[in-house]
Write a protein that binds this ligand. Structure first.
Ligand SMILES: [Zn+2]
Length: 261
């Protein structure tokens, strides 16, 4: 599932393939981009860097142009060796960048657009992000708590953790794992969550997400996600993992009703 750690890992891999180089070819095979003339607009431009911001990925080109991508549930970035066949059908590729021995492929995902640097700086989807839980810079705990306090106090903790304005990078997988790690019930209302408890959630999960961002194996950290009905690894039995849709988007939350209080 593409959450902050997956996107930071993708940015690292794509950055290693492209940063400091002028791509040999840029193609946009999907008809959706046919009239956008990206190959012409990006022709001859060096890649200045590739960054992740929460679940967003930014590919910066010389001359102030930026490719902005957000994968949601469906998209992917892959770095292949030239000549290697990708796991998805070539028709799903939206963007293909060839450079030396590498081919970088972006498939699906609802957001893929070419912006100016200025526009990327002010775009509300990026400018209003909360502190990034995976970024190398120290996590801004004060800003996290401030955003949490500004939110609706009847909102549940699990739902609030998915809100990218509060903390950027946590998705459905890490939401469940983070609450379990901290021993907190994801159904608790924010009004009943102390600052120390909220900080325990982000402090517990951040090192794991940062590790996952280095090696790209998020599934190594799956303890309770998608394990409804199985014994809780901490207290079960009697604890059995439960699952239920949570929040406006009804995203499935996994938790142990015995040891998460
Ligand atoms: Zn338990």
């Amino acid at each position: 599932m593409p959450e902050g750690d997956t996107i930071h890992y993708a940015a690292k891999r794509v950055g290693e393939a492209l940063t400091g180089h002028v791509p040999d070819a840029i193609e946009t095979p999907h008809p959706r981009f046919g009239r956008d003339r990206w190959p012409e607009r990006l022709d001859g431009r060096q890649v200045g860097g590739v960054d992740a911001r929460g679940k967003h990925l930014l590919l910066r080109f010389a001359g102030g142009l930026v490719i902005h991508s957000h994968l949601r549930m469906t998209g992917s970035w892959r770095v292949l060796a030239r000549g290697e066949r990708g796991p998805r059908s070539p028709r799903a590729a939206w963007l293909v960048i060839t450079r030396g021995p590498y081919v970088v492929v972006q498939s699906n995902g609802p957001v893929l657009e070419l912006l100016t640097e200025a526009r990327a700086r002010t775009d509300p989807r990026l400018a209003q992000l909360g502190p990034d839980i995976v970024a190398a810079a120290p996590f801004d705990e004060a800003r996290f708590l401030r955003r949490l306090h500004e939110d609706d106090p009847t909102r549940t903790l699990g739902d609030a953790l998915l809100d990218q304005h509060i903390v950027a990078g946590i998705g459905n997988f890490w939401k469940s794992e983070a609450c379990w790690l901290a021993g907190l019930d994801p159904w608790r209302r924010l009004a009943d969550v102390t600052d120390a408890e909220a900080l325990a959630v982000v402090r517990g999960v951040r090192p794991l997400m940062r590790e996952s961002a280095r090696h790209g194996r998020q599934s190594d950290y799956r303890v309770i996600y998608d394990k409804a009905g199985l014994p809780c690894p901490r207290c079960g039995p009697p604890g059995l993992i439960r699952s239920r849709g949570q929040g406006d988007d009804n995203r499935t939350t996994y938790w142990c009703p015995v040891c998460q209080t």
